[in-house]
Write a protein that binds this ligand. Structure first.
Ligand code: ZN
Length: 127
C-alpha cells in the first residue's frame, strides 16, 4: 500500500513535469508561428526605419551612414550589423537578433535596433 502510493506520487510528478514542459513548448512554438517580427531601427533615439522581418524573402543589406557607418543585413526573421566603423564593435559582435530579448546597440554611432513581435506591440509603437 505504501509502495503503491509512492509510485502514484512519482507518476503524478512525471505527468506534471510533462504537462509543464508541453505548455512551455507550445507557448514558444505558437509565439514563433504567430509572431509578426518587426525590426525597429533607431538613430539618435529617433525611429528611422521599420522593417517587417517576417515579410523578408531575400536577404539584403543596407548601410546607415550618418555619424558613423553601420552595415545592416536583413534576413527573413533576423537582422544584424555585419560591419561598422565603431571602435567597440559590440553591435557587430551581438550578431543576428530575431526576438525582443537582446537589442543591438551601437553606442558610438548612436544606433539601436530592437525587435518587436505581434500586432499589439506594433500598434502601440505606431500610436
Ligand atoms: Zn558599433
Amino acid at each position: 500500500m505504501k509502495l503503491l502510493s509512492k509510485q502514484n506520487i512519482v507518476f503524478f510528478c512525471i505527468i506534471g513535469v510533462i504537462f509543464v514542459v508541453s505548455v512551455i513548448v507550445w507557448l514558444v512554438v505558437s509565439d514563433i508561428q504567430t509572431e509578426n517580427t518587426t525590426a525597429l531601427v533607431y538613430k539618435n533615439g529617433v525611429l528611422i526605419e521599420t522593417i517587417s522581418l517576417s515579410a523578408v524573402e531575400t536577404e539584403y543589406e543596407y548601410a546607415i551612414n550618418d555619424d558613423g557607418v553601420n552595415v545592416i543585413l536583413v534576413k527573413s526573421g533576423e537582422i544584424g550589423v555585419i560591419s561598422a566603423d565603431c571602435p567597440t564593435q559590440i553591435c557587430v559582435n551581438t550578431g543576428f537578433i530575431g526576438s525582443g530579448v537582446i537589442p543591438i546597440i551601437c553606442i558610438p554611432n548612436r544606433l539601436e535596433i530592437r525587435i518587436v513581435g505581434g500586432s499589439h506591440e506594433l500598434d502601440a509603437v505606431a500610436g
